[in-house]
Design a protein around this ligand. Sequence first.
Ligand code: PLP
Length: 443
Amino acid sequence: MLDKPVSRPNDLSAYWMPFTANRQFKRAPRMITGADGMHYVTDDGRQVLDGIAGLWCVNAGHNRPKIVEAIQTQAATLDYAPSFQMAHPRAFELATRLADLSPDGLDHVFFTNSGSESVETALKMALAYHRAKGDGGRFRLIGRERGYHGVNFGGISVGGIVANRKMFGTLLTGVDHMRHTHDLSRNAFARGEPEHGIELADDLLRIAQLHDPSTIAAVIVEPVAGSAGVLLPPKGYLKRLREICDEHGILLIFDEVITGYGRLGTNFGADYFGVKPDLMTTAKGLTNGTVPMGAVFAANHIHDAFMSGPDHMIEFFHGYTYSAHPLACAAALGTLDTYAEEGLLSRGAEMADYWADAIHSLKGLPHVIDTRNLGLIGAVELEPIAGAPTKRAFSAFLDAYHNHDLLIRTTGDIIAFSPPLIIEKEHVDQIVDRMTKVLTALD
Ligand code: PLP
C-alpha cells in the first residue's frame, strides 16, 4: 500500500526502455522535456533540430495549436467511448475524411492503436477475407528480408529484421520471404528510385510457384522500407508485385506506417508509386504522433466480402478496447486539418529537389558509402567498422545530438533522416552543415 506519494525523479531503474541499450542509456541519459515546431528542448535547455520527426511520425512539426486544442477539448467532452457495438460520431467523421484522402477504392477504415496493431489487423483481414470467399486454402503470407512491420507476432513473422525475430522461437508458420532490394553494388548514390532491381519482384512469383499460388493469401511490403535503413524500391518493382498479385489472386498489402501522410510528397506511398494495394496499414503521421493511433484501409472488395452473412452477426472478430479512441480521433482530425490548411501532404514534393541535393552533398565525406533520398526521406550509409558493426553510425548519432544539436536516427550503419514536413530550406542547410561536421570528425 502506498501511504505517501513517492518521488524519485533521478531513479531511472524502473522504466525498462524499448529498443534501447538500457544500461548504457541510463549511465548518460538523453532527456527531452519540450518541443516546438522543428525543435526539441532538452533537459539542459538546448534546442535540438528534429531530423527524424520524432520517430518518423511528427509530420506537422511539434506543438501544433489545432491538434493540441482538439485533444484538450475532446478530453473535456468525451474521454472514452466503448468501440464494440457502440460508437461516437468523431470516429465516423474521421473514417470518412480518411477515405476521402486514400487512393480510390480503399474506402473502408479499421482503427487500431499503433503500426504494429495495424499490421496484425491487415494480416488477419487478409486471411479472413479468403475464408469469407470460400478460399480458405490461401493461408500463406509473404514478407521480405529486412522488412519491418512492427513487433507483434504476425509482424515479426513477415518482417525480415533478424534481431527482431531471433529471440522469440517459433513464429507464424506458412510464411516466406522475398529478397530485399538493397544493392549498393548496382545502385550506390542513386537519386530517388534506383534503376536496377525490378527483377527482384519475381521472387514473389518464384515463392508462389514453389508453394502453389493458390495457397498464398497475401504479400506485405513497405513501399519504402524505413526502419531497416531507408531501402528504396527499384523503378517498376512495386508495379510488378501488383501484376503478379493480380495474376494469382494474392492480396497486396502496403505497410505505409512511414510512407503515409505526406512523407513522399503525396497522401500515401501508393499515390507516389501509382500502385494500389488491397490493404494499407498506417499509424504515426495519422495523429502527428500525439496520441497513439493506427488505421488500416481496406479495398471495397475486401470490406464487401465480409458484409455478406446475416446482418446481426459480427463480421470480423477483431478489435481493440481503444479502437477509434475519442482522443485519438480528435487528434487525427486536428492533424488532418493542419495538413490541409498548410498544404503539408504535398510539401515533400515541393522540397524534394532541394532535399535530394542536400542529402547527396554528403557524398565524398569520410566513410560514406551511399547517400539516397525519396520525398522527404534521406539516408547516409557508412562503411561499418570491421568487427564492430553499428558502432560508427551510433557515434555519429551521439555526436550529432550532444555536440551539434541535431536528432537523427540510426539503424545498423545507416543514418536516416525524415524531418517534419514543415521544414524550411534553412533547416535543410543546418542538417547538412551539422552532418558534415559530424561525418568529417568520425573515426
Ligand atoms: N510498420 C512500419 C513500416 C513501421 O515503420 C513501423 C514503425 O516504425 C511499424 C510498422 C510499427 O509501428 P508501431 O511502432 O507504431 O507499432
